[in-house]
Design a protein around this ligand. Structure first.
Ligand code: ATP
Ligand code: MG
Length: 577
């Protein structure tokens, strides 16, 4: 492609609204343009990268035995009503009516449509397993679309869905996709990590997120420095502390006045104690029933762990009125002793170790001291309920835990019977008995990957694309100006590179060298080739590795071979090929 004829509207300045580097650079490099909040145009360069990402993902899906389909983005409400998600999904689901007043939505995901598609066709175990995928536009009316392609409202996703005849098959499909994801993300040139994620009601080790490691990531990963344990914060489990419950002597419960002291910080400051001396009592309503969850004062409750322990479909924090009803006090003074009868109490494992706690007094402006959980209240269960910290040991090997930031670019998830039961997706097994299909779903954020690649690879001059997903892997720059000999030679080299199958663009614009260099750096082609008058005289062309900045000279008389060698070394340095 000759850049003199190409549409690359670069910008000199960072757009004001862009907060993260990928958003800034995608805009400045003329790869995307915003249409409206969270909705973008892909310009020629941006689309080239996007298509390369999609093609690599397609190849790895095909290699893993999945088959490409294309489902509509407009979906009828009745399918969503079958699964109950029409009510449950909330405002992220964009709904509208057709001229007959029928309800529709723009697909944020396709479980309903794919299950409908497969249940209509698959009758026998002989037709299973099936794995179907698509690369398609999704719409989610995100509450806060931001960071450009990173969290859009309209975005491109690859979503795959597997259907198996039994659990064992579903697990095989799961790990098959897991491996395909590892191959795909490696070929995309990303530094990534699969991390355990919450699998909710399904349980087990059947949800992994694939994270691109980048400081600007929105997600926090807890990983072990010693072994390969890695989990997102929601999932990271904490082992039960050694030693059973402490039954140490504890003086009698005693009320203390804490006027106006609601928060843990206020109470601790007032009493001159450390937050770890407190028990925090958090009140919830689970499917209409009150539940109290206890964690140490310096700890954070992990909502997902609570949800998994208690079950139920809906968990909400108790509102002010309910807190009053359950504790007899305003918000800020709840304690596990003397709660209204019938409140289930669950406590974090760690609380089992201590005794003699401070807690809310279930009375306005009052706390209690010398609380012994075993003696003074009825704990239904001790369990792992809090968010892991960097000072907790690794749950696998006791090694040191560290937190890193990541961007979720993929998610593999075992669905089990969740959709097949609700939508009656069945088949006849070997014995002619009707069974539900066991499902899995597997997403990759195609457009988010383009942004993630830049978050991970850039410098002050611009983006640095991995060769496999760069808009062009190489840019040939002619510094010939009016020197036709140089321009002619550049034309020759361009033709030669193309005939070698190199994805090259040719900057033949009538611009100053400085402009061409700056644009090439900004757009982030991993390889730059620069031909000038002097070089031509000396029989060489300069080759620059965008990532390292290293420049070497390639001989023009043996160009094809020298270039191939150099190119191979660059792909290899990216961990590719
Ligand atoms: P997140 O927690 O970031 O909202 P999610 O859990 O909603 O992601 P999934 O439903 O698993 O995401 O979707 C599969 C993939 O689609 C994600 O791993 C992510 O890469 C991508 N994705 C999800 N939401 C967006 C979005 N708003 N913009 C761009 N990509 C997205
Ligand atoms: Mg989301």
């Amino acid at each position: 492609m000759k850049l003199s004829r190409y549409y690359i509207p670069t910008l000199k300045e960072d757009p004001a609204e862009a907060e993260v580097v990928s958003h800034k650079l995608l805009m400045r490099a003329g790869m995307i343009r915003k249409l409206t909040s969270g909705i973008y145009n892909y310009l020629p360069l941006g689309l080239r990268s996007l298509n390369k990402v999609a093609d690599i993902v397609r190849e790895e899906m095909d290699n893993a035995g999945a088959m490409e389909v294309l489902m509509p983005s407009v979906q009828p409400a009745d399918l969503w009503q079958e699964t109950g998600r029409w009510d449950y999904y909330g405002k992220e689901l964009l709904r509208f009516n057709d001229r007959h007043g029928r309800d529709y939505c723009l697909g944020p995901t396709h479980e309903e449509v794919i299950t409908d598609l497969v249940r209509g066709e698959v009758r026998s175990y002989k037709q299973l397993p099936v794995n179907l995928y698509q690369v398609q536009t999704k719409f989610r009316d995100e509450i806060r679309p931001r960071f450009g392609l990173m969290r859009g409202r309209e975005f491109i996703m690859k979503d795959a869905y597997s259907f198996d005849k039994d659990e064992a098959g579903a697990e095989e499909s799961y790990w098959n996709m897991f491996e395909a994801y590892k191959k795909a993300f490696t070929r995309l040139g990303l530094r990534f990590k699969p991390v355990q994620a919450d699998s909710g009601a399904i349980g087990g080790d059947f949800s992994h997120e694939f994270m691109v490691l980048a400081d600007t990531g929105e997600d926090t990963i807890a990983s072990c420095k010693a072994c390969d344990f890695a989990a997102n914060l929601e999932k990271a489990r904490i082992n039960k502390p050694e030693g059973g419950c402490a039954e140490a002597e504890c003086p009698a419960l005693e009320e203390i006045a804490t006027p106006g002291k609601h928060t843990v910080e206020e109470v601790c400051e007032f009493l001159g104690v450390d937050p770890s001396a407190l028990v925090k009592t958090l009140l919830f309503v689970v499917d209409g029933e009150p539940v109290a969850a206890l964690v140490r004062g310096d700890r954070e409750l992990n909502d997902a762990k609570l949800r998994n322990l208690i079950g139920g479909d809906e968990i909400d924090m108790a509102d002010e009125a309910l807190v009053r009803e359950l504790t007899g006090a305003p918000v800020g003074f709840a304690g596990p002793q003397s709660l209204k009868k019938g409140v289930r109490i669950v406590a974090d494992n760690e609380l089992c170790l201590g005794t003699d706690w401070i807690a809310g007094g279930n009375k306005a402006d009052t706390h209690v001291m010398h609380l012994s959980l075993g003696r003074d209240c009825e704990i239904e269960q001790y369990a792992d309920l809090r968010v892991i910290t960097e000072s907790d040991p690794c749950p696998e090997c006791n090694g040191e835990i560290e937190f890193t930031k990541g961007i979720e670019v993929g998610h593999v998830f075992k669905l089990g019977l969740k959709y097949s039961e609700k939508m009656n997706a069945t088949f006849l097994d070997e014995n002619g008995k009707e069974q539900f299909m066991v499902m899995g779903c597997y997403g990759i954020g195609i457009s988010r990957i383009v942004a993630s690649a830049i978050e991970q690879n850039h410098d002050e001059n611009g983006a640095i694309f991995p060769p496999s997903i760069a808009p062009f892997e190489a840019c040939l720059i002619s510094l010939g100006g009016k020197d036709e000999a140089v321009n002619e030679k550049a034309e020759d080299l361009y033709a030669q590179l193309k005939s070698m199958g190199i994805d090259v663009c040719y900057d033949d614009r009538k611009e100053r060298p400085g402009v061409k260099f700056a644009d090439a750096d900004l757009i982030g082609y991993p390889m730059q080739l620069v031909l000038g008058g002097k070089g031509l005289q000396n029989g060489i062309i300069e080759a620059k590795d965008r990532k390292t900045g290293e420049r070497i000279e390639l001989p023009l008389d043996n160009f094809a071979e020298a270039f191939t060698q150099w190119r191979d070394s660059i792909w290899q340095a990216w961990g590719l090929k």
